[in-house]
Design a protein around this ligand. Sequence first.
Ligand code: UFG
Length: 331
Amino acid sequence: MRPVVLVTGGAGYIGSHVARALAMHGMEPVTYDNLSEGHRWAVRYGPLERGDLADQARIEAVMRHYRPVAVVHLASLIAAGVSVVQPADYYQNNVAGTLALLQAMRETGVGRLVFSSSAAVYGEPRTTPIDEDHPKLPINPYGGSKLMCERMIEDFANAYGVRAASLRYFNAAGAEPGGEIGEAHRNETHLIPLVLEAAAGLRRHVAIFGTDYATRDGTCLRDYVHVCDIADAHLLALRFLAHQPGAHSFNLGSGSGSTVREVVATAERITGRKVAIQERPRRPGDPTALLADPARARDILGWKPRYPALDDQISTAWNWHGRLPSQVAGN
Ligand code: UFG
């Protein structure tokens, strides 16, 4: 019998890559997802249990049935910009949902958790690159919700002995290189997929939100990290927690950054297509530059990204993009 890992949000972009990595390493990923954002077709590596994160009784029933050795918790609303205008949704779904999950883990005796956190917990950086001890002053409700979850998890670790790792993703990018799965948000807000849609002729242009930031070309700088490297880090964190109690946090970034204009230029080179841009005002809730110090994940988890180059991230995303429409149509 393969050890079961419950993956909340396993039908989503990062969750499906985590499920794949678990299956490749001899584990059985059981996806718990309400398919509000995720896709049935993305659940390819183990069973799907449909349900809401807030439905504690349902999560408990699923846990009693499958007896997971651990939970990887990714189910979440993720759009920083949207969270500024719809904060209630973010606190309800992300914070109340995570509390229900933690309670269900307590009730059923599941003691290991890897939590999908975000660079958004840091807010506007005081020092660059950002290490895990950097002050946490989120500038949007999305980041606030992730920080509250981290705090709850720490308290559950201290009081009830849950072992937990919060992985603070910087900007997830790319797709499984074989083209099995990739990024497919229903209402896309992320830069790289929007740029590739424009390259594919599905959009007339891409907006650049803000050209007066204090960066090398005036546009925001982000640390893009390949989704398969993010998935690998979850496996390493699960292994680490097998012999390490307490609550821990790790940055997942490459340590180097690209601006919005650099992303557009790289995508044009890789796709061989022209991408029309439209310069627009700043988007609320966007920090100027986010750059990770990934030393802790490297030194403690032994994490070594396989695809740190933006070229690899964009070319795997482009490879996936070619397969996207029929899959999305099938939902
Ligand atoms: N951008 C544009 N035009 C667009 C979309 C985005 O210029 O059409 C810019 C944004 O302003 C930002 C950059 O491209 O400067 C990246 O934006 P994304 O929306 O792709 O990603 P975010 O940096 O806003 O957010 C991502 C994740 C969050 C996470 C955050 C932390 O979606 O979950 O990274 O770095 F919190």
